[in-house]
Write a protein that binds this ligand. Structure first.
Ligand code: 4NP
Length: 194
């Protein structure tokens, strides 16, 4: 009888974790206005998850450092360019708040100025906080350049440039997150007490 209980317990320790799905991760993209770069990054990230068929493993959102575009739709030039690449942007502008650092696992800023401002906001959050990183730290072609340039004052070419930049950066970001998740699941499957 006792052996049966032990056998059952060992089943759950050894076998059950292997049937667990990947852990759910929440990703937040941040720029200045939340009408050009970050809603585009969010939409591209979502599109690529759908292409890979792994959209259930993540949730995503975007926001701005500034309060200037709260409630606004993304810039029409961003929407138009993304549509040209079969990426649909569905977002309403909002501002970064301290609790975002508690609610998201990874917060990615588009440029160094956003990073500095987001760092200040994070100091107002209490408890366990998500990681804050620069978006282009995941860009395989960054060549040391850290910023996703702000296309707001530029022309259509600028929107195409950031689309290409964010597309390849999201590919490498998802590769990274998937590897990280596999490592976490592996750790779970190797109970240290056995
Ligand atoms: P985003 O671009 O930060 O990529 O959304 C901007 C949009 C609007 C403004 C600045 C940047 N603005 O000053 O209104």
């Amino acid at each position: 009888m006792f052996e049966k209980h032990v056998e059952k317990a060992l089943f759950f320790v050894r076998i059950a974790p292997s049937t667990r799905s990947f852990m759910y991760k929440k990703i937040l993209f941040v720029c200045l206005g939340n009408i050009c770069r970050s809603p585009l990054a969010e939409a591209i990230f979502k599109k690529q998850l759908e292409i890979r068929g792994i959209q259930d493993r993540y949730s995503m959102d975007s926001c701005g450092i500034s309060n200037q575009h709260i409630g606004d739709r993304p810039d029409p030039r961003t929407i138009r360019n993304a549509r040209h690449h079969d990426v649909e942007i569905v977002h309403t502008g909002r501002q970064l708040v301290p609790s975002d650092f508690n609610n998201f696992d990874l917060i990615l800023t588009m440029d160094r100025s956003n990073f500095q401002n987001a760092t200040e906001v994070s100091t107002k959050a209490s408890g366990k906080k998500g990681d804050l990183k620069m978006m282009r730290s995941f860009d395989p072609e960054s060549l040391g350049t850290q910023d996703v340039p702000d296309p707001w004052y530029g022309n259509e070419e600028g929107f195409e440039e950031i689309f290409q930049m964010l597309w390849r950066t999201c590919e490498s970001l998802i590769d990274f997150l998937e590897k990280q998740q596999q490592t976490e699941v592996k750790k779970e499957r190797t109970p240290s007490s056995l």
